[in-house]
Design a protein around this ligand. Structure first.
Ligand SMILES: Nc1ncnc2c1ncn2[C@@H]1O[C@H](COP(=O)(O)OP(=O)(O)OP(=O)(O)O)[C@@H](O)[C@H]1O
Length: 303
């Protein structure tokens, strides 16, 4: 049985004046995943996140976090959330550890052991006693994440966490977000306008444009991809005859390219072979999420 979603965004609309920023957005976020929220600049990612954490009101619809309504039960909803939406304030002349200790004093029940556990989750144990002013951007971000998870939230929200990070920093971010999702049993919700990074980081990606949900894709699951129609190339000895026989697709050299799902692929192969055409190879031409995203959003342009 599918587990209860950690977040349920239910038919949410955000209007400011006559402008519709978010248009009837419905989205379930399952537990224990790194879940991506992908869209070009201005698509409405930050607006959605701001509504999730109570920084902006919801015009219509509702958002449930661990079953609690952001609109009518905000205290309970937000208690399940750790978020970095704007840059977290850190005292630069204190060490990372002192910053966390300071923060922990303001929230009851966080022990020193828990602080060190959070520090380990983000791989900062070797630098945590250095002053924040000596940290790189990636380290400051890790410290921000450690702070955001101190109270063991079920949902960690990061708005554009890869911004400004170099490739190495992005790889490290990906690695520790995966550990977090697994070890803390938390769902990590990350927004980005960069597809390639989302592909590396996330289990699932929801694509948004013009305030509307366009698609939700599970990444890295072969079965999922295998059941959908995909461009498939049949390498044959008589391409023209193959095209006449199959009556669809196009030719590229000695390849017949057809959009087909698994069963159609098998049927086409049988047809070709029974007609005496030799099939030397069948290859699925998988497209990256990037290609699909560009297709969906018309090249990633805003308008
Ligand atoms: N307070 C506001 N009043 C009016 N329009 C706004 C307001 N805040 C955001 N917008 C507009 O709403 C749209 C969505 O903005 P939002 O910041 O949510 O996009 P985004 O997907 O997070 O993009 P980015 O990556 O550029 O931040 C944009 O067209 C933006 O100009």
């Amino acid at each position: 049985m599918a587990q209860e979603p950690v977040v349920r965004i239910q038919n949410v609309t955000k209007r400011i004046g006559s402008k519709v920023l978010i248009d009837r957005l419905t989205l379930d976020i399952p537990p224990g995943q790194v879940f991506g929220f992908l869209g070009p600049n201005g698509a409405g990612k930050t607006t959605t996140i701001r509504m999730m954490v109570g920084l902006m009101s919801i015009t219509k619809g509702d958002i449930l976090i661990q079953g609690a309504s952001v609109k009518s039960d905000f205290e309970r909803a937000i208690s399940a959330v750790g978020a970095i939406v704007e840059n977290p304030e850190m005292y630069k002349f204190l060490t990372g550890y002192q910053n966390l200790l300071h923060y922990a004093r303001m929230s009851p029940g966080i022990t020193k052991e828990r602080i060190m556990e959070a520090v380990e989750r983000v791989g900062m144990q070797h630098r945590i006693h250095d002053k924040v002013k000596t940290y790189s951007l990636g380290m400051r971000q890790r410290l921000g994440v450690a702070q955001a998870i101190l109270h063991r939230p079920k949902l960690l929200i990061l708005d554009e966490p890869t911004n400004g990070l170099d490739p190495q920093g992005i790889r490290e971010l990906r690695d520790y977000l995966r550990v977090l999702a697994k070890e803390e049993g938390a769902t990590v919700f990350v927004s980005s306008h960069l597809l390639s990074e989302m592909e590396l980081m996330c289990d699932t990606v929801a694509v948004i444009q013009h305030g509307r949900l366009i698609d939700v894709k599970t990444l890295g699951k072969e079965n999922d991809a295998a059941d959908r129609p995909q461009e498939t190339a049949f390498e044959v000895d008589a391409p023209e005859r193959a095209l006449r026989l199959v009556k669809e697709g196009r030719l590229e050299g000695n390849h017949l390219i057809v959009t087909a799902d698994r069963s159609a692929t098998a049927e086409i192969n049988t047809k070709l072979v029974l007609a005496g055409i030799s099939v030397y190879g069948i290859r699925v031409l998988t497209r990256s999420l990037e290609d699909q995203f560009l297709e969906m959003t018309g090249g990633g342009q805003i308008d």
